[in-house]
Design a protein around this ligand. Sequence first.
Ligand code: HEM
Ligand SMILES: CC(C)=CCC/C(C)=C/CC/C(C)=C/COP(=O)(O)OP(=O)(O)O
Length: 289
Amino acid sequence: MNLINIIKKYINIIKPGILLGNLISFLGGIFFAFHGHIFFTKLYLSSIGTILVIASGCIFNNIIDRDIDKTVQRTKNRVLAKKLIKLKYVYFFAFFCGIIGFLILFLYTNFLVFFNGMCGFLIYVIVYTLCMKRFVPYATLIGSISGAMPILMGYCTINSQIDLICIILFLILIFWQIAHFYSISIFRIKDYQKNNIPIFSVIRGIFLTQILIIINIFLFIIFTISLYFLEYTGIIYFSIIIFFNVIWLFITILSIFHTKIFLFSRISFIFSIIIIFLFNIMIGIDYIH
Ligand code: HEM
Ligand SMILES: CC(C)=CCC/C(C)=C/CC/C(C)=C/COP(=O)(O)OP(=O)(O)O
């Protein structure tokens, strides 16, 4: 029982929801680039390396943010905010995951996968969490660069080159994350206001944030369907993606005219998660080569 509790705490500090989302992006990138054969060991080792590197980034993020986390309603019960594990063990866990993860990527994948992983890690931990999150209103835009790396790591595991598809995938993930986080920033606005965290909705207001979400969903739609028109994906991908995208856009536009702004932004957030999972699954299934 005690051991299970300890394991639960360690799982909690690697941010399992965000880690799973990023892993699915990584796998989407792999299967999208897949040309009919892949060595199982390559798939297995690159996945393990990527999981460890992201887990390490999330643990460092938890360590750095533990002071603000304890003052924010949404995060006040986090393991490190409540000091439920000794910090020296957490540091050890973070360094262990990071060193082993990067070593695996370096030895068993290619330079681009390792390089993208390094960029994702440094941007998330140093640039976003340490230097920007609590001081700069546009920190999310920089944080999004790290969230766009796992799909590129997956793609580059198979195709070790930066090409047009990489740029499209990168932009898709950027637009998605901005819409994803700005929806959260509306229904959690009081939390951010109370803690003086300078995010867009707090500084520029809810209406402008809603407009920005709509613009980003619109750009997300353009770039996701471009994969179909450029003949990288098939009609099943196109039908599913366009169907869910239009609902997502419709709900978000509706939120401008409705009084239940918080409810609508929460629904928009839930949709963002459903859509990114569907997108990553569909590019992995219905690709054309
Ligand atoms: C590809 C990158 C991302 C993925 C895959 C992702 C995925 C997820 C998932 C699955 C959840 C729900 C589970 C959970 O709370 O852990 C979530 C929640 C959340 N995400 Fe993201 N996310 C990404 C990027 C971002 C970015 C860039 C930000 C902000 C800068 C962000 C902020 C949040 C917040 C604050 C929550 C908690 C929402 C709440 O209040 O309940 N995420 N994300
Ligand atoms: C290769 C590599 C390491 C990639 C990083 C992938 C990753 C973890 C992306 C998430 C990006 C992000 C800014 C999330 C918000 O975190 P937050 O810490 O602001 O969320 P919180 O407020 O819930 O703590």
